[in-house]
Design a protein around this ligand. Sequence first.
Ligand SMILES: NC(=O)C1=CN([C@@H]2O[C@H](COP(=O)(O)OP(=O)(O)OC[C@H]3O[C@@H](n4cnc5c(N)ncnc54)[C@H](OP(=O)(O)O)[C@@H]3O)[C@@H](O)[C@H]2O)C=CC1
Ligand SMILES: O=C(O)[C@@H]1CCC=N1
Length: 280
Amino acid sequence: MHDPTSSSSARIAFVGGGNMARSLIGGLVRQGHDAAAIRVAEPNADLRQALARDFGVAVFEHGRDAAAGAEAVLLAVKPQVMRPVCESLREVLQADRPLLISIAAGIRMDQLDAWCGGGVAVVRSMPNTPALIGAGASGLCANGRVDAAQRARAEQILGAAGLTVWIEAEEQMDIVTAISGSGPAYFFLLVEALEDAAVAEGLPRDAARLLACQTALGAGRMLREDGEAPAQLRQRVTSPNGTTQAALDRFAARGLRDVVADAVAAATQRGRELAAKSGD
Ligand SMILES: NC(=O)C1=CN([C@@H]2O[C@H](COP(=O)(O)OP(=O)(O)OC[C@H]3O[C@@H](n4cnc5c(N)ncnc54)[C@H](OP(=O)(O)O)[C@@H]3O)[C@@H](O)[C@H]2O)C=CC1
Ligand SMILES: O=C(O)[C@@H]1CCC=N1
């Protein structure tokens, strides 16, 4: 029986059923959210059917059909199509006044509010792909219309896929995007580079990949579970005049920290550009 007051049966609509929506839906269903109360709009029939088959969610071709009667509507489409998607939902959002959650990079809450007709409670969030295995990290930011219950709802939806952090100043969401939204790709790149370097030094590729991946996992778990600062963990690996020191000296000489700072600045700037390109 549908109990609208229960947090596990609240009607949640996803508009866009791609990679990130799939990760978040998987998290909610794993947490025991009633799959029938999750409604997903996705134009691609194959993706739609896969979501229905894998999670038991209700699927629709058009956003307005999924969004009708929802307590929360989560927009999981590309930033480039966000404006027309919001405009197509305007009528139903103005009639039902659900909480609107966007996970799109760059797009600001005032843009979403204006495109949806104004007066909308908006949470802007930035999750990341480890959400797929429940190890995600999401920044969350709310506009002035979001009440305490809606904050809790947003936290429940994003929290089902991992850790959540509230960000008070919206302009910092582009930095969140550059660190944790895009961040998994940086770590994947480092593992690719380690694997290739090991192969160049003479290690078989399968051994190189396994060792590099497991090292990333072990280092990641220590970072979250050990309670020590990253710099202290690094020092514990680094014997005086040892192998680690030789590698770290080379990273420093080649300006690794500057490269990282430059890359994060570029990602942050791209987020701002995505908003500017979408107009007001
Ligand atoms: N990938 C990542 O690591 C992260 C992505 N994000 C953000 O999440 C959002 C989605 O990204 P991601 O899941 O990777 O992208 P995907 O392309 O995998 O998913 C978006 C889906 O939305 C569909 N879509 C397009 N138009 C509509 C519409 N009018 N109604 C309903 N669905 C529609 C697309 O279909 P079609 O392809 O046919 O157009 C596609 O299947 C983006 O805004 C991105 O910035 C946030 C955090 C991390
Ligand atoms: O690359 C992107 O724009 C999206 C947002 C964060 C991760 N992927």
